[in-house]
Ligand binder design. Structure first.
Ligand SMILES: *[C@@H]1O[C@H](CO)[C@@H](O)[C@H](O)[C@H]1NC(C)=O
Ligand SMILES: [Zn+2]
Ligand SMILES: [Zn+2]
Length: 413
């Protein structure tokens, strides 16, 4: 009996443990092979979302906040992550008890991450560098499905051969041109015997007052180098056309400024057949916010008699079926609303444990084409048919219109 009770307790304890120790990848809503940037962005979003300041008196949010920061703390540390992947939570715990890196105040982590401690990189007082802005054109299909893409740009980096000193041996000397002042005084004679003094930054040392003794061979003393730099960009499902994706502090670097932001403006690429290897009809959808628009052409027979289908290949290759049974009329210009076949609605949590996408609508406008060629016999047969049914069933458009029978008579002066 006792043994039985103990077992039940043990089981209960195990269930509790399993419940408390959620899978860290799931907590952050990321894949097991997630990269650094994506991990950061998941933490960024979720920690903001569940921050107690934003959710006063909400214990669940508070627990989530702690969970999210625990998960990020482990997964963002290469060593801990390897241990976690191999041995799970227990592995991480025993590593920590074995004198591993210290825990873990979720609020400290949060403020470290968002720079809340007021500690920014570099000495204070440096100006902020300019933002680097780009426009990136992507296809509607990529807006619909989301895509991990990469682009390169010619970014200025602080030279790592000389750590941004410009000097081969890290030694600098006073600039002899400006005598270390960083500025030079120019005397200008503007009238006989009258001089004006002007100051300008010394261009030998770029106004710094010192210059490298031996120039760094890599950057030739300029302290910075430009090189093609790849940027990983994650286009999230349903993100708006014209949206700007901001990479904080990833613009051009220089020892003289705080790095500005890299800003990527997303724009929709014009559709083209070449850009459509999978032959998706949806390439020619038109997007307005979360909705999509499509024009479908029907023959006179189809519009009038019904009994037709169309299979439109959507932007992720699933098929949207349009159609009418026999006898169902479609008026020219009629708009059909296909609920839920528009764009995915963008959400900060994307498709994850915290969120599933909802979709906008697809609006299909029907155009009807009338045959403009008929052979004589066909014309005759149709004519007879019209005459027969017009007499029996014809409608009087004038009467239906409700307009007065006679145009009102006007007095002419
Ligand atoms: C569309 O697909 C359905 C089901 O697969 C099929 O019965 C129908 O004939 C297709 N219509 C067209 C126009 O291809
Ligand atoms: Zn100088
Ligand atoms: Zn250098």
């Amino acid at each position: 009996m006792l043994a039985h009770g103990a077992l039940a307790f043990l089981l209960l304890a195990l269930v509790q443990l399993a419940y408390c120790a959620q899978d860290y990848y799931k907590v952050l809503g990321v894949d097991r092979n997630v990269g650094d940037r994506e991990l950061k962005s998941a933490y960024r979003k979720l920690s903001k979302k569940f921050h107690p300041d934003k959710n006063p008196n909400d214990d669940t949010a508070h627990e989530k906040f702690v969970e999210v920061s625990n998960a990020y703390e482990v997964l963002s540390d290469e060593n801990l992550r390897t241990i976690y992947d191999r041995y799970g939570h227990d592995g991480v715990e025993s590593h920590r008890q074995g004198g591993g890196p210290r825990q873990h105040n979720p609020f400290d982590l949060f403020s470290d991450f968002f720079g809340g401690g007021g500690q920014r990189r570099g000495p204070p007082g440096k100006p902020r560098g300019r933002d680097a802005e780009f426009k990136l054109e992507i296809t509607l299909a990529d807006f619909y499905n989301g895509v991990d893409t990469q682009f390169e740009w010619n970014k200025q980096h602080i030279c790592d051969h000389c750590d941004g000193t410009g000097s081969a041996d890290r030694k600098v000397e006073k600039c002899s041109t400006c005598n270390g002042q960083g500025v030079v005084i120019i005397k200008k004679q503007f009238a006989p015997g009258m001089f004006q003094q002007m100051q300008r930054p010394c261009d030998v040392c770029d106004g710094r007052g010192e210059k490298p003794k031996n120039k760094c061979p890599h950057c030739h003393g300029s302290r910075v180098v430009r090189k093609q730099t790849p940027v990983d960009l994650k286009i999230e499902r349903g993100i708006a056309n014209g949206e700007a994706v901001v990479f904080e502090e990833e613009a051009d670097e220089s020892p003289d400024w705080h790095t500005g932001n890299l800003v990527v403006h997303l724009a929709e690429k014009r559709p083209s057949m070449e850009d459509n290897p999978h032959r998706l009809d949806g390439v020619f959808f038109r997007r307005k916010g979360d909705d999509l628009y499509w024009t479908e052409v029907l023959s006179l027979r189809e519009a009038w008699m019904g009994d037709w289908t169309r299979n439109i290949t959507h932007l992720d290759a699933h098929v949207v079926r349009l159609g009418r049974p026999k006898g169902k009329v479609v008026q020219p210009g009629q708009v059909e609303t296909v609920v839920g076949e528009g764009m995915p609605k963008w959400h900060e949590d994307g498709d994850s444990v915290y969120h599933k996408h909802e979709f906008g609508n697809l609006y299909v406008t029907y155009e009807v084409v009338l045959p403009d060629q008929m052979d004589k016999k066909m014309q005759g047969e149709f004519w007879d048919l019209w005459e027969k049914w017009r007499a029996k069933k014809g409608i009087d458009l004038h009467k239906d219109s409700g307009r007065p029978d006679q145009p009102p008579v006007r007095d002419e002066l």
